[in-house]
Design a protein around this ligand. Structure first.
Ligand SMILES: Nc1ncnc2c1ncn2[C@@H]1O[C@H](COP(=O)(O)OP(=O)(O)O)[C@@H](O)[C@H]1O
Ligand SMILES: CC(=O)OP(=O)(O)O
Ligand SMILES: [Mg+2]
Length: 281
């Protein structure tokens, strides 16, 4: 529970609730972190004292990333799924993953989902020195700090009005704070794609998913603007229409939009498990 206070308590409460009422029904859990478990040691490491065992970078949105690999394979064949991929899951929670040979090589979320790029209400990566600064200037304790970085920050904080990209795009022309929020979001994602290109030694495919990634062509366009040097060349028309492939045929990097389905990945995993195991009845 200490490891994931934002997500685990509710999940564990549901497991307990079901066990109390339906003790005969077996329960299986699918972890959003599992996809990243083979990340190279250098990407998993946090530069903290060695005594904090298990305090390392876990990464999240793994169910969504698994789905994207399945879809790439289904649409373009196994080589497509095993290439050098940058996957961008942009929803209320948002992260990117660098993937090669179907394995996660790096990802932006870390020990908790508050890390990485700025999100609807989460900060993403910030200066650790802020803990002391805010404790001294505001008397902010750990619990309050955690609440702020998860629920009061990100696009909501920068815009001062909304965590929803639809609202920000609707008001950015007349509200410079909404424009700031959108700019920061796109900037930090573009910066991450550049970093992941360095990690992967180039990119073969870039995939957008999640509520923002699937539905906001303007955001996809702004993220990709300036990434032509990596071989990313968007077809503005296809992007505006929300086609499945939004890069030009001549683009060295294929850019895709895929609607994710984390529930389908969970259902398939459970089904595969049920076929294999003779679970207690
Ligand atoms: N048409 C749209 N244009 C821009 N942003 C959108 C659009 N539709 C949804 N979004 C964004 O997607 C977010 C929800 O993403 P989603 O992946 O559904 O959320 P969650 O992470 O909670 O599963 C919304 O908060 C909003 O910012
Ligand atoms: C992993 C995670 O925090 O996901 P989300 O915020 O998208 O629910
Ligand atoms: Mg979602």
């Amino acid at each position: 529970m200490d490891y994931a206070p934002e997500h685990l308590p509710a999940a564990i409460e549901m497991l307990q609730f079901c066990r109390e009422r339906h003790s005969h029904i077996p329960q299986l859990a699918c972890f959003d972190t599992a996809f990243h478990r083979d990340m190279p040691a250098v990407a998993r490491m946090l530069p903290l004292p060695r005594r904090f065992e298990g305090v390392e970078r876990y990464g999240f949105h793994g169910l969504s990333y698994s789905f994207l690999l399945q879809e790439l394979e289904r649409s373009f064949g196994p080589e497509a799924a095993s290439g050098r991929l940058v996957l961008a899951h942009l929803g209320n929670g948002a992260s990117l993953a660098a993937v090669q040979g179907r394995s996660s090589v790096d990802t932006t979320m870390s020990f908790t989902p508050a890390a990485g790029i700025p999100m609807g209400t989460r900060t993403g990566d910030i200066d650790p020195g802020l803990v002391r600064f805010l404790a001294q200037t505001e008397g902010m304790d750990a619990k309050r700090f955690d609440y702020m970085v998860n629920h009061e920050s990100g696009l909501l904080a920068v815009s001062g009005t909304s965590s929803d990209v639809r609202d920000l795009l609707a008001t950015e022309a007349v509200d410079h704070r909404a424009a700031d929020a959108v700019n920061l979001f796109c900037y930090r994602i573009r910066q991450t794609i550049g970093g992941f290109a360095a990690v992967l030694g180039g990119i073969d495919r870039l995939v957008f998913t999640g509520g923002i990634g699937e539905n906001a062509p303007v955001i996809r366009g702004r993220i990709c603007a300036g990434l032509e040097f990596l071989g990313i060349d968007l077809d503005q028309g296809r992007n505006a229409q929300g086609k499945a492939m939004i890069s030009k045929p001549s683009s060295a990097v294929s850019v895709h939009v895929i609607a994710t389905d984390e529930e389908a990945v969970i259902a398939e995993a459970i089904n595969a498990h049920l076929q294999q195991e003779d679970l207690p009845s």
